[in-house]
Design a protein around this ligand. Structure first.
Ligand code: TNX
Length: 592
């Protein structure tokens, strides 16, 4: 893999050494040697996972990932889901209830009808309640009052839930989720799902007692922006793969999917005013892999699917660098006015739009105008990274104009932190991907009004290898094992940037070496939940020892759900009991 973005601002970073107090890294079972090729990855990872995992212990209320703000277990309140359970909900929460039923039906085999609060009938054991009138504005920075005991679900509690919070009560009589918004209800249902035995992830009915641990959780996020990025430009991933990634985000209460739609190797979104961008620029990918692009309807489908799961799509059109595919399609934008050859390698920093040609700005206006019109979310990411060949003055002038064109569409500008020196526009968000936390230009942009999304390369980059023998991925920012993905604080990471200026976190997955759905999952799991916890959970819950124990219980869930993951040696995955298939609590799956 030849990619080395060189990171000129920070210089080469030393490889991290394992911390002295790191747990014993030796796995509990003998693992086969690392796979020789990326193509073997999925099969080997699945075999390893299945070989390692045991039927899980009953779930405890405090096992949820990301860690909830407040947890009060009540062992006398355990609840077993009966086969005739119904889900009761008001009209505004009905879509969330329908999704909950869809998750629970396959493994339980129960019908789980969704009924209206207003309809007569006995109390349903699963109740979702919305009280929108009590919703205060979204929090910025740390959530207050973590660790406090959970009291009654009175109006004051509901007011504290915010835009995305929820309260979940499990008693002998049933489960009630209360929230001020459908997003809060949705996050609460994801918690409910995690409180059921791992076999709930099975696609076919399983003989199981569907017990939930008793008690109360009151929960809300630390940061408003919690995301992951998928690079669909280096390798193209079809709509179904992207939808599956949305599901992964939603499980862990991440609420933004950043799509890196354009790069040197491919242009992945149809632009009606310039059809050659997708038709010509979308034909290629790294290493001669098949190209592809999203039609407007494909993109709308992704956006709608994500919206239903309370995930906002953030489209990125990377400018003015990373534009070789655009230049192949539109040679008039190239500095020399001739089309470059298509690029299928993995170097960066060589291509750029001609900043001195007015046609460049007409192009930017057309593209961001169309992408903005297709995108319901508030953000538009204009890239800005690694335009090494554009002199600093021209670069800054280009970004100023591009930011204004984005603002004119009504969207809020997001850009990689190289855009920091450009002028401030209202609401501007800078995405920091450095590796040493020391970046005066970014701190200055924040002083001038920018907010920060943190994606430190040496902690949050999902394309970094876990270990030297990880068969795919990079190591220019060091190795990122699960502990490294978890052990940092987004609120105090960049010098001179106060926690109040931090909008949130994002874990980017660049795909120079990632070619399949299984490989996406292998790089995401288990690091995605680590970053999700940094974005959601109050800092006071941060605890590596506890996190690795909680995370371990998710291995059987992923196995039951068919999700490929890296069986990281620093996680104490449950050891497999002889003859017990993972994820089925020791019982053979019943037939459908
Ligand atoms: C740097 S991070 C890049 C990408 C590469 C990535 C590989 C950033 C804004 N630019 O173009 O794909 O490194 O890790």
């Amino acid at each position: 893999m030849s990619t080395n973005p060189a990171v000129p601002e920070t210089g080469p970073q030393p490889r991290p050494r394992p911390a002295a107090d790191a747990p014993d890294p030796s796995p509990r079972v003998d693992l086969p040697a690392a796979p020789a090729t990326a193509a073997e990855l999925a099969r080997v990872a699945a075999d390893r996972a299945t070989g390692q995992l045991a039927p899980p212990a009953p779930v405890r209320l405090q096992d949820v990932v990301p860690a909830p703000a407040q947890v009060r277990p009540d062992p006398s309140g355990d609840f077993t889901l009966p086969p005739d359970a119904a889900i009761r909900v008001g009209p505004a929460g009905r879509d969330v209830a329908g999704q909950l039923a869809d998750w629970l039906r396959p493994a339980t085999g129960y019908p789980l009808p969704v009924t209206d609060h207003a309809e007569p009938g006995p109390d349903a054991p699963l109740t979702l309640t919305l009280s929108p009138a009590t919703a205060p504005p979204a929090p910025a920075g740390d959530a207050p009052a973590d660790g406090a005991p959970a009291g009654d679900a009175g109006p004051a509690d509901r007011a504290a839930l915010g835009d995305e919070g929820y309260r979940l009560d499990v008693t002998g009589g049933g489960v009630r989720i209360t929230a001020a918004t459908p997003a809060g209800l949705f996050h609460g249902t994801q918690t409910l799902r995690q409180l059921l035995p791992a076999a709930i992830e099975s696609a076919t009915p399983v003989a199981e007692r569907w017990v939930l641990p008793g008690g109360t959780i009151v929960d809300r996020p630390r940061f408003a922006y919690r995301g992951a990025m998928l690079d669909v430009a280096r390798h193209f991933f079809g709509v179904d793969d992207v939808l599956r990634v949305v599901d992964h985000l939603a499980r862990y209460k991440l609420n933004h999917l950043h799509l890196h739609l354009t790069d040197d190797q491919g242009w992945r979104i149809a632009v009606d005013s310039r059809p050659r961008l997708a038709e010509v620029g979308g034909a290629t990918a790294v290493g001669g892999a098949p190209g592809g692009w999203y039609t407007r309807d494909d993109y709308r489908r992704i956006v709608a699917y994500a919206a239903r799961r309370h995930v906002t799509v953030v489209p990125e059109i990377d400018l003015p660098g990373h534009t070789n595919a655009a230049l192949v399609a539109c040679p008039e934008l190239a500095p020399g006015k001739t089309a470059p050859p298509p690029y299928t390698g993995t170097d960066v920093g060589f291509s750029y739009l001609d900043p001195d040609d007015e046609r460049t700005y007409a192009f930017v206006a057309d593209v961001v105008g169309e992408v903005a019109a297709l995108t319901p979310g508030p953000w538009l990411h204009l890239g800005g990274d690694e335009a090494f060949k554009v002199p600093a003055e021209s670069y800054r002038a280009f970004v100023d104009r591009a930011q204004a064109l984005v603002a004119a569409t009504g969207k809020t500008v997001v850009g990689w932190h190289q855009i920091a020196p450009a002028g401030h526009v209202d609401g501007r968000v800078v995405q920091w991907w450095g590796t040493n936390g020391d970046d005066p230009e970014t701190a200055d942009a924040v002083r001038r009004g920018a907010r920060l999304v943190l994606s430190p390369g040496n902690h949050a980059y999902l394309d970094m290898k876990y270990a030297p023998d990880t068969p795919i991925g990079h190591d220019w920012a060091g190795l990122v094992d699960v502990r490294r993905a978890y052990e940092w604080d987004p609120g105090a990471h960049v010098h001179g940037v106060p926690a109040e200026a931090v909008l949130g976190v994002e874990a980017p997955l660049w795909t120079e070496s990632v070619t399949t759905r299984a490989e996406i999952e292998f790089m995401m799991f288990p690091r995605l939940p680590a970053v999700a916890e940094l974005g959601w959970s109050p800092r006071s819950t941060h605890d590596w020892a506890g996190f690795r124990e909680r995370l371990a219980g998710h291995g059987p869930r992923w196995t039951a759900a068919g999700i490929t993951f890296h069986p990281a040696p620093e996680i104490p995955w449950p050891a497999r009991r002889e003859g017990s298939p993972a994820g089925t609590a020791g019982r053979a799956p019943a037939t459908a």
